[in-house]
Design a protein. Structure first.
Length: 147
C-alpha cells in the first residue's frame, strides 16, 4: 500500500509516468537483480551479488523479501517525504497550465460605440402571453366542440 502511495505521489507531482516507472524499476532491479533478494516471494533471479537474508522477520521480510518487512514501512514513508520535497518545483511546472494573457484587461471599459450598440440591441420587455389549449373545449356538458 505504501509503495502504491509513493508511486501515486510521484505521478501526481509530475503528471508523467517516467518517475513512478523509474522508481518501481529501480526498486525491483536493486532488490532482485543487484542483491538477489526475493521480490514478492519470487526468488529465481540471477543476481550480481550473491546474498542470503538472515535475521529477524521484521527486518528481512523472510521468504517474501524486503517488501514484507516492517522496516520497509519506514523506508517508504521517508521516501514519500523526500519525494515531495524534491519534486516541489515539478509540482508547479507540470500540474499547472501556463497563464497566457489575452483579450482586454479587466479595468479597461469597452469603447462608447460598443456600449451604445449593446443598449440598442437590448430586447424589449416581454408582454404577457396566454397559451390557449390545442384541442377545442366544450362549453357545457353534452355539447360537441366546434372545429
Amino acid at each position: 500500500m505504501l509503495a502504491g502511495l509513493l508511486l501515486s505521489v510521484a505521478w501526481l507531482r509530475t503528471h508523467g509516468l517516467w518517475l513512478p516507472w523509474g522508481l518501481h524499476f529501480a526498486w525491483n532491479a536493486s532488490i532482485g537483480i543487484l542483491f538477489g533478494l526475493p521480490i514478492s516471494g519470487i526468488s529465481d533471479f540471477a543476481s550480481v551479488v550473491q546474498t542470503r537474508a538472515f535475521g529477524p522477520l521484521w527486518l528481512t521480510g523472510g521468504n517474501y523479501g524486503p517488501e514484507g518487512a516492517v522496516f520497509s514501512v519506514f523506508v517508504l514513508l521517508i521516501a514519500v517525504v523526500v519525494l515531495i520535497r524534491i519534486t516541489r518545483d515539478y509540482a508547479w511546472d507540470y500540474t499547472h497550465k501556463p497563464i497566457i494573457a489575452g483579450g482586454y484587461a479587466i479595468e479597461v471599459q469597452p469603447p462608447p460605440a460598443h456600449a451604445a450598440m449593446e443598449q440598442e440591441a437590448k430586447p424589449a420587455a416581454a408582454s404577457l402571453v396566454q397559451i390557449l389549449p390545442v384541442t377545442p373545449q366544450a362549453r357545457s356538458v353534452g355539447e360537441e366542440p366546434k372545429l
